[in-house]
Design a protein around this ligand. Sequence first.
Ligand code: NAD
Ligand code: UDP
Length: 318
Amino acid sequence: MRVVVTGGAGFLGSHLSAALLRRGDQVVCLDNFSTGRPENVEPFLANPGFTLIETDVTESFDVAGRVDAVAHLASPASPPDYHRMPLETLAVGSRGTENALRLAARDRARFVLASTSEVYGDPIVHPQREEYWGNVNPVGPRSVYDEAKRYAEAVSMAYRRSYDLNVGIVRIFNTYGPRMRPQDGRVVTSFITQALVGDPLTIYGDGSQTRSFCYVDDLIAGIVAMIDSSVSGPVNIGNPVEWTVGQLAEVVLTLTGSTSTIEYHPLPTDDPTRRRPDIGLAGQLLGWAPKVPVEEGLRRTIDWFRSRPDDVLAAAPS
Ligand code: NAD
Ligand code: UDP
């Protein structure tokens, strides 16, 4: 298969590209490096099956030659990133998604949208099943991301209905692992880098809010299964093991052996209080379930950050 991966130089996009190349697919990576890093794709450049096109997918772009699938991952994903780039986030969710859909429609290719658990907002229904419509503040600071993804889902389904395009939507829940930027501001990277340099772990709010953390290899297996299927979804992909943020801080301190203290900061506006995927549909339609226990995934992630001390130190404020 020849697969276009938008956002292929990002955290998930680079892991997806690696998985596709490993099984012999060709990958065309489209990325503007706004939050992605050249070093994420550097190992693939020598592979004749890999093509890198530096481009902003909100502008018009062309991919020469037939394409069998388009995996649309381009979008800032970390809250500090999308707060820093609110209009770019809306643009890539809307115009960027439309451009990626147009490319898929050109070749009648499979199209997979990387959507998010954020479409559920601050959920009233728990755990979240795909038929839940969500509780999103359309004008709050997170709306640039949440509503962009909700629009991306809507326009993808419109392409399916209007043009019979083979569209599938995955709703990704919090995912972590090697190749995250140490300074991306997400909770797993913040806690690990803080613990490794001995800075206080910054818990927002009282730490009672929950998230369900999925290891990247599991997540990528789910996305690949979605690419290979003709399931429309949306399908939740995530690890249903639900932890409080306070619990995550304690586990990171234990696994790193750090003596860092814990510091409490105000909870950001509209921060969801709880989040856990119901993954019954992914099991039923894709035969998918996560395999890596959270402690094991965190251990692997910590080891990876430990092997890059300069990166970790550069991310620390002190
Ligand atoms: P990331 O920031 O590491 O990767 C995003 C990539 O998209 C980057 O390489 C960035 O440079 C690129 N990009 C952004 N705007 C672009 C544009 N206009 N044109 C071209 N490239 C552009 O984030 P990630 O964690 O790898 O997330 C990838 C996708 O998965 C995103 O769509 C995100 O919304 C979704 N997702 C991720 C998570 C998670 O926990 N990691 C959870 C839910 C959804
Ligand atoms: N969080 C925290 N400390 C940090 C970064 C994040 O307590 O240094 C909290 C954040 O408020 C949220 C949870 O951890 O409740 C997950 O945040 P993240 O940014 O990783 O993902 P998202 O909010 O998109 O789920």
